[in-house]
Design a protein around this ligand. Structure first.
Ligand code: ATP
Ligand code: MG
Length: 494
């Protein structure tokens, strides 16, 4: 692919000020060892951008989202520059449909608010403008920045506003991966590349921008972003990035638990969770995130690994499907229950042992305690989700020993979580290598199915209220009955 390498002055209108220089793409920053680096681990001297004309890249304007284009043209008409950035450029380059279209501009947040009346500003330190369109569509527009919020000194550090906004070049270098640091602009329909991202896209390489050691130290979540994008694209991780990731993986748990939780959920929902787990398992990241998975002997661990990969493959199949053009949405607690299944199965002998009466409750308490310690606390999992995860996992045993669906206990059939229990049990069986029917995407998202399930829950709750008697006939926590607080059994019914 031929391209022009050009220096883009920091403040000029780049379309007028392009001046072809002789440096070619092979001299791009990621190859130059000698270049001076700043505190953030990125180069200090002016960078040379490579400009790829429309003939040299695969992105066509009609592939851009209509609303994103509207924003870009409105910015241009108002005299600002606007660029499609980040994952949108990467995915279009790879022929994929981007999840979202982010836009960067030289307009300041106040100017954006005046330009887009149907918008609001979010973010405390780095203000981002969300532009609203019909059908709950949101396009996020951010002012070009000099530094990533994660490369800052700390929460308390106050920056003068002129310290946060930056040039196109600075904005490229504050980003995470080279393949995420490209800009597409509508005027010349070019792709602007300061970091060798196009070459990495063409060669299939995941590489951190700048010095990976420093970038990971400033924001360890970037290590998760490396394995995420390696998993999604099938690209290989650049050796320097990979070596730094091994050195810094232990720092991951320094990140705020909620941020880690959200990042993991993103991967579990990505449709590439099996590849994600394989990538994590191949690095020290898995051990750092889920040390409890080291439970048991070598054979146990190998079996658990196989089961986990089979389970995640099935979840990926569901996540990749859509129902009536709506993406399938799986609840957080179910995704976590699937992730924890092989561990819980081995650690608590589920569903092998038949659990009844006090034994059931003792095992549930032990399971809940360990989930709390190993998972809910480190990842700030909400209490309700934690309860659901424990309930689903413990009832693997109930379903396993009940035989086929007709023999499932009536008390369980009445529970709002009964369908989830069945789905999780199907995942367990798939994990064991059984050729059972998998989990249906419709189960998770079809509105008809959801209405049907709700109707069944209401009916069984009404029946349960009139027919349940004696031990086990009541409605333990999370009953579908409308009594009690948030569906919890009220004292009167216990
Ligand atoms: P996805 O398809 O999951 O949305 P994405 O690359 O667009 O992938 P986002 O989380 O939407 O991911 O982030 C948008 C862009 O912001 C990224 O492409 C990257 O350039 C930049 N970015 C995100 N997180 C970081 C980070 N921790 N450090 C530096 N840059 C980041
Ligand atoms: Mg994105």
């Amino acid at each position: 692919m031929q391209s022009r390498s050009e220096h883009i002055p920091k403040c000029g209108n780049f379309l007028l000020s392009w001046s072809v220089v002789s440096q070619l793409h092979k001299n791009m920053p990621n190859q130059s060892q000698e270049q001076q680096t700043t505190e953030e681990g990125v180069q200090a001297s002016p960078a040379v951008a490579t400009i790829f004309s429309e003939a040299e890249h695969p992105i066509r304007e009609h592939q851009l989202d209509r609303e994103a284009l509207k924003v870009l043209y409105r910015l241009r008409d108002a005299g600002f520059k606007g660029y499609l950035v980040g994952g949108g450029v990467r995915d279009l380059f790879l022929g994929k449909q981007p999840k979202d279209f982010d836009i960067s501009t030289d307009a300041r947040p106040g100017q954006l608010r005046r330009l887009f009346r149907n918008s609001r500003t979010i973010g405390r330190r780095f203000r981002l403008v969300q532009v609203f369109f019909r059908g709950n569509k949101i396009i996020e527009v951010s002012t070009l920045r000099s530094r990533s919020e994660y490369d800052e000194g700390g929460e308390g550090e106050l920056l003068a506003s002129n310290n946060t906004f930056g040039t196109l070049e600075e904005d490229a270098f504050r980003r995470d991966l080279t393949i995420n640091s490209l800009f597409y602009e509508i005027e010349g329909r070019t792709v602007i590349d300061y970091v060798g991202g196009v070459e990495d896209l063409n060669r299939g390489i995941i590489r951190m921008v700048g010095d990976p050691d420093q970038r990971f130290t400033h924001d360890p979540v970037r290590m998760l972003r490396v394995v995420r994008h390696a998993a999604r694209t099938g690209f290989s991780i650049d050796p320097a990035t990979s070596a730094a990731l091994r050195r810094h993986s232990g720092e991951l748990m320094l990140c705020p638990p909620s941020r880690l939780r959200d990042e993991i959920l993103k991967d579990l929902r990505s449709g590439a969770s099996q590849a994600w787990a394989e990538q994590c398992l191949a690095t020290p990241l898995w051990r750092t995130l889920f040390p409890f998975y080291r439970h048991g002997g070598k054979d146990d661990q190998e079996q658990g690994r196989l089961a986990l990969l089979r389970i995640l493959a099935e979840m990926d199949r569901v996540c990749q499907s859509d129902i009536e053009e709506r993406p399938v949405r799986i609840d957080d607690y179910f995704l976590f229950a699937a992730l924890l299944l092989p561990w819980a199965s081995s650690r608590f002998h589920l569903p092998g042992e038949r659990l009844r009466g006090p034994q059931f409750h003792e095992r549930l308490t032990a399971l809940r305690d360990e989930i709390d310690r190993h998972f809910a606390v480190p990842f700030n999992v909400p209490r309700m989700a934690k309860e659901r995860i424990s309930t689903l996992l413990i009832n693997l045993s109930t379903l396993h020993h009940a035989g086929n669906g007709k023999d499932h206990p009536r008390w369980l059939k009445r529970k709002s979580y009964y369908q989830d229990c069945k789905r999780l049990y199907a995942l367990y069986q798939l994990g064991q290598g059984s050729s059972v029917q998998g989990v249906s995407a419709e189960d998770f998202s079809s509105p008809v199915q959801m209405q049907k399930q709700k109707a069944v829950e209401v009916i069984s709750a009404v029946q349960g209220a009139s027919s349940s008697r004696g031990r086990g006939g009541g409605n333990p926590a999370f009953s579908s009955k409308k009594s009690g607080v948030f569906g919890l059994r009220s004292r009167r019914h216990s």
